[in-house]
Write a protein that binds this ligand. Structure first.
Ligand code: G3P
Ligand code: CA
Length: 273
């Protein structure tokens, strides 16, 4: 199906920067998130993992090998070990050309969730944050406990009285979302789905979860599933939507958010730049 320009209609899809503007800058770095804010993304997505000394850092893989000049599992390294690594050069691109030198290291070193929350808090315009808990079962609740502690510190563990929550927590693990809901019942949660499993088909989500996060593969193969989820009152956030024809499909189906590595291009396709 050829890509076409879609003008924003009554339904406007939210554009979420997956690991920051990760097509243009190394994923999960400050540079990638600053770029996403400049690009006009409505929200930022990040994955969080716990270090050996109990800090939440924004890293997707179990190991740091792909995205840094170091080796080893995040869970076996302390924050000071991670801070010594370069998370910016692996992509072969400068990360923050205009940044003064003192900022350069900041924008290419490991990003803590604490630092990302501060970026969101200090942004010149409101921006949402979608935080994904990675492999939470391994830590028996410590990921969620640490996450909630941090969110409380920023006053982000519940929606403000005047409007919706700027933060939501996502996971492939229903158990992780249950832990989050138990500690912060009003914080929105997103149940991620990679494949259409038999237990997903009826559109039920784990108790209290109101947002479904199907992969674009599920949406392509089962477009009627979006309507089923919506008829059950769920919102739908689809990942990872990088191809123009997939953006078109998501808009046609009326999904609520697309999570993309290239927010600038998606916003342009939506006529929002
Ligand atoms: O936004 C959800 C998506 O990020 C889940 O997949 O592997 O990119 O974390 P992954
Ligand atoms: Ca993710």
């Amino acid at each position: 199906r050829p890509a076409r320009d879609i003008r924003p209609g009554p339904h406007t899809v939210s554009v979420v920067a997956h690991r920051g503007s990760s097509e243009d800058a190394p994923e999960h770095t400050l540079a990638a998130y600053r770029r996403a804010i400049e690009d006009g993304a409505d929200a930022l997505e990040c994955d969080v993992r716990l270090t050996a000394d109990g800090h939440l850092v924004c890293v997707h893989d179990r190991r740091v090998n792909r995205t840094s000049n170091g080796r080893g599992a995040v869970s076996a390294l302390e924050l000071s070990d991670l801070a010594a690594l370069d998370f910016g050069s692996w992509k072969g691109q400068a990360t923050d050309k205009e940044a003064p030198d003192r900022d350069h290291r900041d924008s290419t070193s490991v990003l803590t969730l604490d630092r990302l929350l501060a970026l969101v808090r200090d942004a010149e315009r409101p921006i949402e944050l979608a935080i994904e808990t990675k492999h939470p079962t391994r830590w028996a609740g410590q990921v969620e406990e640490r996450l909630l502690t941090l969110l409380r510190r920023y006053g982000l563990d519940a929606p403000p009285p005047e409007g919706p929550s700027p933060v939501r927590v996502m996971s492939f693990s229903a158990r992780s979302l249950h832990r989050v809901r138990a500690a912060a019942p009003t914080l929105p949660t997103v149940f991620l789905m990679q494949f259409m499993l038999p237990r997903h088909r009826d559109g039920q989500l784990p108790p209290g979860v109101r947002i479904a996060g199907p992969s674009i593969r599920i949406v392509r193969n089962h477009p009627g599933y979006v309507e089923r989820l919506q008829r059950m009152g769920h919102r739908v956030h689809v990942w990872t939507v990088d191809q123009p024809e997939d953006v078109n499909l998501c808009v046609e189906l009326g999904v609520d958010a697309v999570i993309t590595n290239r927010p600038k291009q998606v916003l342009s396709q939506l006529g929002r730049t």
